[in-house]
Design a protein around this ligand. Structure first.
Ligand code: SAM
Ligand code: GLN
Length: 297
């Protein structure tokens, strides 16, 4: 059988043939974004833009490139997210460093950033806080969009803060942000009362019983401290809504991402805690995804 199997393989692998093979292999492994992932990994390996692959389909692959690519393909086939393999992820048009110590920033979270940006007054020098900053994607995008603003970013995870710090340096906003390790709002106590215009958060909101149903990329690779509150999915909202008002200016707001089906519960919690007007913003799939909860009516 020796010859017949080998005859199916091209003698020389080119960019085009290796992409096709990898796409099929990923598809067989149940990876939904098979083609894009194959392209992103190959472009990363060759240190080129994805468009380069399309204009160089016939370019032969070198032996050492094939070997290195094989390792990347193996990782992806084991359902390691592409972002962890290549060490970065695009968010709000910016590139963020990521590692397995931080949640990979999600496209849905861009809606949180946009909802905040469109509600900020013109006023110079606003102060913002991001609770559970992870890679820093939210607060860094906000500070990049408004060069006059300053921010605090809190996370319980020291290794996450190291990544966020690197991202702040990468995006040249390190002088306008302070990273604080600790539990939710506790590290902000030193900032004084009512100093923030906005507090933003994408907290862990997945109830523990839902974890087994998540994609293997998330379930087996992302830090559980970033995913679940180990209660009912609402614990971080409960805690934020109890105490965030003290840190906000009278005209300010708390903006949170919420999980599918949580918006009504979080809205009710805000009413119970004496918050003002609540705006609910849907994501592209029509799911109520972001709540902007004003301090006053
Ligand atoms: N903000 C990032 C984003 O949107 O991509 C990461 C969000 S991730 C869903 C939640 C983050 O909250 C994680 O980085 C996790 O380490 C952090 N976290 C979990 N418990 C916390 C706590 N008690 N206090 C502060 N941060 C916490
Ligand atoms: N949106 C993420 C997911 O469903 C979870 C992030 C979170 O808990 N805030 O994978």
């Amino acid at each position: 059988m020796k010859g017949s199997k080998d005859a199916l393989l091209p003698k020389i692998w080119t960019i085009g043939t290796i992409l096709k093979w990898t796409q099929n292999y990923f598809a067989k492994k149940g990876i939904p974004s098979a083609r894009v992932d194959a392209e992103v990994l190959l472009a990363y390996l060759l240190q080129k833009e994805r468009i380069y692959l399309y204009v160089h389909f016939d370019e032969p692959m070198q032996e050492d490139e094939l070997k290195a690519f094989h390792n990347l393909v193996k990782m992806r086939a084991n359902r390691i997210p592409v972002a962890y393999i290549i060490g970065e992820k695009e968010f709000m048009g910016l590139t963020f460093k990521v590692s397995c110590n931080v949640l990979v920033p999600r496209p849905d979270t861009e809606i949180l950033v946009e909802s905040v940006l469109t509600r900020l007054p013109e006023e110079d020098g606003l102060l913002l806080a991001d609770i559970g900053t992870g890679s820093g994607a939210i607060i860094i995008s906000l500070l990049k969009a408004r060069e006059d603003m300053k921010g605090y970013a809190v996370d319980i995870s020291e290794p996450a803060l190291e990544i966020a710090n690197k991202n702040a340096q990468l995006h040249k906003i390190a002088g306008r942000i302070e990273f604080l390790q600790g539990d939710l709002l506790t590290p902000l106590k030193k900032c004084g009362k009512e100093s923030f215009f906005a507090i933003v958060s994408n907290p862990p909101y997945i109830p523990p019983q839902d974890l087994p149903h998540l994609d293997p990329e998330v379930r087996c690779n992302e830090p559980s401290v970033a995913l679940t509150d180990n209660r009912d999915g609402l614990e971080f909202y409960r805690r934020l809504l109890r105490s965030a008002k003290d840190f906000l200016r009278a005209d300010g707001f708390l903006a949170c991402e919420v999980g599918k089906g949580q918006a009504d519960d979080v809205k009710r919690l805000s009413e119970q805690n004496g918050w003002g007007k609540v705006e609910v913003i849907k994501d592209l799939a029509g799911i109520e995804r972001v709540l902007v909860i004003w301090k006053q009516k």
